[in-house]
Design a binder for this molecule. Structure first.
Ligand code: HEC
Length: 170
C-alpha cells in the first residue's frame, strides 16, 4: 500500500479537493444536525475491506455463471445472482463515499473515483436487468462490462498493487 503511481500534480489536486471536502465536513460537524442534508457520511469500514468482502465476493458469483454447468437453471439460481448484482450495484454507491482506509477520503474526493464507482454500479445494474429478463447472453455481456469497471478503477487508483482474483476467463 505504498506506491499508488500518482504523479505529483495529480496528488496535489487530489490534496486540494480533499482539504475542501474536509472543510465541508468540518462545517457540517459544527452546525447542529443539518437534517435535510444527506451524506457526507463515510462507511465504517475501509474500501479495501469492502472490495474483498463485498465487491469481489459478489462479482465472483456473477462471473461464476459462465463456468461449465454453472448457468442459472431455476428461479432459486437466478435469485442468487440477483442478490449479488444488487450488492454490487449498491457497492458502487458505497465506495464512492469513502471509508476508514488511509487513502479512502482522498479517493472519494476525486471526481475520477466517482466516475469509476458509477461504472461499477452501472455494470451491476446491467447485470440485474439481464437477471430480471433471465437473459443469459446479456448477463455475460454485463459481466464483461463489470470486469472493465474493476480494471478501469484499479488501473487509475491502484496500478502498483496486484489485481489477484479479478481476472476471470470468459
Ligand atoms: C472505484 C474504484 C474501484 C472499483 C470500481 C473496483 N475497485 Fe477494487 N479496489 C480499488 C482500490 C483503490 C483498491 C485498493 C484499496 C486499498 O489498498 O486500500 C481495491 C482493492 C481490491 C481488492 C483487494 C485486493 C487487491 O487486489 O488489492 C480486490 C479483491 C478488489 N479490489 C476487487 C475488485 C473487483 C472484483 C471489482 C469489480 C467487480 C473492483 N475491485 C472494483 C478500487 C476499485
Amino acid at each position: 500500500m505504498k506506491t499508488r503511481g500518482m504523479n505529483g500534480s495529480k496528488s496535489l489536486s487530489v490534496a486540494a479537493a480533499c482539504s475542501a471536502a474536509l472543510l465541508i465536513a468540518a462545517c457540517n460537524n459544527t452546525a447542529q444536525a443539518p437534517k435535510a442534508k444527506g451524506p457526507p457520511v463515510a462507511p465504517a469500514i475501509s474500501i479495501n475491506a469492502l472490495m474483498v468482502a463485498q465487491v469481489d465476493h459478489s462479482a465472483h458469483v456473477l462471473w461464476n455463471v459462465e463456468q461449465k454447468g454453472q448457468a442459472p437453471k431455476n428461479d432459486a439460481d437466478w435469485r442468487e445472482v440477483e442478490h449479488h448484482a444488487i450488492q454490487l450495484a449498491s457497492s458502487g454507491t458505497v465506495v464512492a463515499l469513502g471509508g476508514t482506509g488511509k487513502l479512502d477520503a482522498e479517493w472519494a474526493a476525486n471526481p475520477g473515483w466517482t466516475k469509476r464507482a458509477q461504472e461499477l454500479t452501472d455494470s451491476a445494474l446491467a447485470a440485474l436487468a439481464a437477471v430480471h429478463a433471465k437473459n443469459f447472453d446479456d448477463l455475460v455481456k454485463a459481466n464483461g462490462r463489470l470486469v472493465d469497471a474493476c480494471q478501469g478503477c484499479h488501473h487509475d487508483f491502484k496500478p502498483a498493487l496486484p489485481t489477484e482474483g479479478i481476472m476471470h476467463p470468459h
